[in-house]
Design a protein around this ligand. Structure first.
Ligand code: FAD
Length: 416
């Protein structure tokens, strides 16, 4: 079958990368990009970081759009349908439903990402936000500008970045976390505790092991009441309790929905012409030897490109495998993680997590290196990622860490 019409659903990072990769591969047919948000595709990581910082002279920062409007029409030759969510997928007729319209496709890449989870009962209260969209970020930013007493519910990465932004402005901030230790799923118990200590060190109050009983107020939020009855006065509440894949519009489509859209290692869903990419895709990651659904910028971008190329040339499909990677910026520290935190042992190989600004931990499973965490170690992290990809043994990784430490010490001695 010749492929003349490509449709991409989800106008964000993975969707845009799919469009760009299709054109780069020489696809000359039509491309339609359907997005639920009314904005041009924009970058989300800055929304919880630089976008929240005060601007000299006041005002709002520019939205972090990936490309200016003219690139879509002229450079990429793409028909944009923005502010119009897809409502269904008919894989027999090969159409994407958008309200009462049908958008026909030969191949479709689904990149509808994930939606922030919300706390039931808080929808009507002004001053309560999740942080996923540009509107969310504008709301949070305005509250910070007004000097809000801030409570963050959930000590995950996005919530912690908001806490950092609020503290940098000198505001009163409390982070509430239901689990005894934050970030256990992302970095393991010991390192989760070590990273969370950055909050206390920077003047943010961190309350762990306590649930939220109620978020109260009139029209506007006034306080967060914890399970033990403690009331935290608040003008801004940011709910950072994770995200769920945006798949509800695919119910009944015949795609396998299982923690996102199930795909094979080539991002193919098993339904002719249908591929998925980004935060919504639950795919077989051959490098880690298991199914994964990541919510990381780098893999979303790479999957978008691969899914498009494989959709257009299925006979030459290439698998996508990766050592997962994410970063997060807290206060003046950059946290980076590669691989998997599910380890038999976690060992600090550089620095002292309780004292130093910079430290590195390695994760062992059996006799292999499977993960690495750096705090302010940007030149090291990708080296460990390479070792994990090469399936380096634990002893090899430790020897490498020794060498890096010696090198750093020698450099420091020369600098003195
Ligand atoms: P998304 O960016 O979620 O985009 C999906 C798009 O599809 C959205 O625009 C959505 O509205 C649209 N959509 C949904 N349903 C429909 C429908 N039915 N029809 C049409 N369109 C639909 N990752 C890192 O590695 N490091 C970071 O520091 C980092 N910081 C982050 C900070 C924030 C505030 C957020 C929200 C995320 C951050 N991430 C970070 C994660 C990273 O941004 C995501 O992994 C990435 O955006 C995923 O891209 P995506 O295109 O798959 O999905």
């Amino acid at each position: 079958m010749s492929i003349e019409r490509m449709v991409v659903v989800g106008a964000s990072l993975a969707g845009l990368r799919a469009v760009e990769a299709a054109r780069k591969a020489g696809f000359g047919g039509s491309i339609t990009l359907i997005g639920a948000e009314r904005h041009l595709p924009y970058n989300r990581p800055p929304l919880s970081k630089a976008f929240l910082a005060p601007l000299a002279g006041g005002g709002e920062p520019q939205p972090p759009f990936f490309r200016p409007a003219e690139v879509y029409a002229d450079g990429l030759g793409v028909d944009l349908m923005l502010g119009e969510p897809a409502t269904g997928l008919d894989t027999d007729r090969r159409v994407v439903r958008v309200g009462d319209r049908d958008v026909p496709y030969d191949v479709v890449v689904i990149a509808t990402g994930a939606r922030a989870r919300t706390l039931p009962g808080t929808g009507r209260l002004q001053g309560v936000f999740a942080l996923r969209t540009l509107e969310d970020a504008l709301g949070v930013r305005a509250a910070l500008d007004a000097g809000a007493r801030t409570v963050v519910i959930g000590a995950g990465f996005i919530g912690s970045e908001v806490a950092s932004a609020a503290r940098k402005r000198g505001l009163d901030v409390t982070v509430v976390e239901a689990l005894p230790t934050p970030l256990v799923r992302a970095t393991g118990t010991r390192m989760g505790a070590a990273i969370a200590a950055l909050h206390e060190a920077n003047g943010t109050r961190l309350l762990c092991g306590t649930g939220v009983r109620a978020v109260e107020g009139g029209a506007t939020v006034e306080r967060v009441v914890l399970e033990d009855g403690t009331a935290l006065e608040a003008d801004l509440v940011v709910v950072g309790i994770g995200a769920s894949p945006a798949v509800e519009w695919l119910e009944g489509s015949g795609l396998t929905l299982d923690n996102g859209i199930a795909c094979d290692e080539t991002m193919y869903t098993g339904v002719p012409g249908v591929y998925a990419a980004g935060d919504v895709a639950n795919w077989f990651n051959g490098v880690m030897g298991r199914r994964q659904r990541l919510e990381h910028w780098t893999s979303a971008a790479e999957q978008g490109a691969i899914a498009a190329c494989n959709a257009l040339a299925p006979r030459h499909s290439t698998p996508y495998g990766t050592v997962p990677y994410f970063w997060s910026d807290w206060y003046d520290s950059r946290i980076q993680f590669v691989g998997s935190p599910e380890a038999d042992e976690v060992r600090l190989v550089d620095g002292d997590a309780s004292r130093d600004r910079r430290w590195i931990a390695l994760y062992r499973s059996g006799d292999r290196l499977i993960g690495a965490l750096t705090v302010n170690g940007p030149t090291d992290i990708m080296k460990y990622r390479g070792l994990i990809r090469e399936q380096a043994g634990w002893d090899e990784a430790l020897a490498f860490a020794d060498k890096r430490r010696e090198l750093a010490a020698a450099k420091a001695a020369v600098a003195v």
